[in-house]
Design a protein around this ligand. Structure first.
Ligand SMILES: Cc1cc2nc3c(=O)[nH]c(=O)nc-3n(C[C@H](O)[C@H](O)[C@H](O)COP(=O)(O)OP(=O)(O)OC[C@H]3O[C@@H](n4cnc5c(N)ncnc54)[C@H](O)[C@@H]3O)c2cc1C
Length: 417
């Protein structure tokens, strides 16, 4: 294939290509062969996690001081794409490791918290889940009830309930968004990180969902759990929303990771369907020779590459050690969620009855990416943010419409996630 690297602003460096190759090899050899069995059983993808850890792929985003490789969002996106191409459930393990609590701990946490968690996460010996969503606080997360109260003996007591914590039943720790005493609405919301075996933490249920069966969500209850200063990731101040805004901005890592998994799963589906059309012969000629089906492939590739480019812009804008900007991230997530739905759906159609069968990987990919359109902030929540930004005169770094505010000075956050 012709080499046109110089013309591509997002061309991968040699080390990034090497990382992609390694992740693809592990995904093909160790993850893909087990994906269907884990989907059927619902067992967490522990072998996949062990293979990723053995290849040092869980170290990607953790700082070198804690045994990581110190890479950023671009490299996280590369690995997530390649793992999700084989299995979204296994990619979710990477997502929690790259773009979940460890990022926040490294950027915001006190030194004992970093030392407690980061080396273990980098080695693949610990997983930390995320507890944000509650029955009355999904998109409108500022209505959360989980709260701290002062403990006369020192520290605080945590009480509340989180109903969607991916792999919360498997994880060793959980990052819990909660309200500090005296806070209301978005004011006073901060976060703590605690072990899941701490007294008062209970797994009260495990969801049976449409997809990502091997990385499903758990319900977690917190009953008077003791919290010390060392457990505080970022303290909520009841007089303002500062901590809440920092936590929301951190979700941009997770959204880019979510988009990366969608791009990866959709790439795998497009490749699978293309190979099938080239192989499958009807009336003495390959299905791939039919123009109507080539047009389907063209539409799939257009949706996928559009999303991929928006994603690359968002992760490149994060720079080394930074956070992807909210507007570009929201656009990338919506485009990737939609592209994955379209591509996986059409790929099933292109295989006819075989696409619908559990013997083939496409229906699993479709069920898996469906949840990604809801998790990490729904498509509608992202559209609210994009539309609100446009109305306020904010533009992206690649402005295509007339706005007034570009880059870091623009409105930094939204109350919806
Ligand atoms: C696979 C998966 C994994 C998840 N993992 C986690 C996790 O690890 N940790 C965690 O804390 N949560 C997790 N979640 C929960 C997820 O973040 C929430 O489901 C999501 O934020 C939506 O909240 P909700 O389900 O309460 O829906 P609601 O907020 O009740 O929304 C219902 C519908 O209304 C729409 N809507 C709501 N408000 C508006 C508005 N103002 N304008 C337009 N439309 C609106 C939504 O887009 C949605 O379509 C996960 C969810 C899924 C599906």
């Amino acid at each position: 294939m012709a080499e046109i690297r110089g013309a591509d602003p997002y061309a991968e460096r040699d080390d990034q290509r090497e990382l992609r190759r390694l992740a693809r090899d592990i995904a093909r050899a160790e993850i893909a062969p087990r994906a269907a069995a884990h989907d059927e059983s619902g067992d967490p993808p522990l072998e996949a996690a062990a293979a990723l850890a053995a290849a040092d792929l869980l170290r990607v985003t953790i700082g070198e001081a804690w045994g990581g490789l110190g890479y950023g969002d671009v490299e996280a996106s590369i690995v997530l794409e390649e793992v999700a191409r084989a299995d979204v459930s296994s990619a979710i393990w990477c997502q929690l490791t790259f773009n979940g609590p460890p990022r926040g701990i490294e950027h915001l946490g006190p030194p004992p918290m970093r030392d407690r968690w980061l080396p273990a996460v980098a080695a693949g010996d610990a997983l930390i889940s995320i507890g944000i969503t509650e029955p009355d606080a999904g998109s409108a997360v500022q209505h959360m009830r989980t709260h701290l109260r002062d403990d006369p003996g020192g520290g605080w007591r945590l009480n509340g309930y989180k109903n969607y914590s991916t792999l919360g039943h498997v994880a060793n720790g959980v990052l819990v968004w909660c309200r500090w005493p005296g806070g209301e609405g978005a004011r006073g919301i901060g976060a703590v990180v605690i072990e899941t075996d701490r007294p008062g933490v209970t797994v009260t249920g495990v969801h049976r969902s449409m997809g990502v069966h091997a990385a499903t969500e758990a319900e977690l209850a917190f009953d008077d759990v003791h919290i010390s200063a060392e457990d505080v990731l970022i303290a909520g101040d009841p007089s303002n929303t500062d901590a809440f805004k920092v936590l929301l901005a951190h979700l941009n890592h997770e959204r880019c990771g979510n988009a990366s998994m969608c791009v990866g799963a959709a790439s795998g589906a497009l490749e699978y369907a293309t190979a099938y059309l080239n192989d499958r012969r009807l009336d003495g000629r390959p299905l791939a020779s039919l123009q109507g089906l080539q047009w389907k492939l063209a539409e799939m590739a257009l949706a996928l590459d559009g999303a991929r480019l928006l994603l690359r812009r968002a992760v490149h804008l994060a720079g080394a050690g930074g956070t992807p900007p909210a507007l570009e991230t929201a656009m990338a997530k919506v485009a990737a969620n939609r592209a994955a739905k379209t591509v996986c759906d059409e790929a099933i159609q292109l295989l006819g009855g075989y696409g619908y069968s559990r013997e083939y990987p496409l229906e699993r990919a479709y069920r898996d990416i469906r949840g990604l359109c809801i998790g990490a902030g729904t498509i509608e929540a992202q559209l609210n943010y994009i539309g609100g930004s446009i109305v306020k005169g904010n533009v992206t770094t690649s402005p295509g419409w007339i706005g007034t505010r570009v880059g870091p000075d623009r409105d930094p956050g939204a109350t919806l996630r």
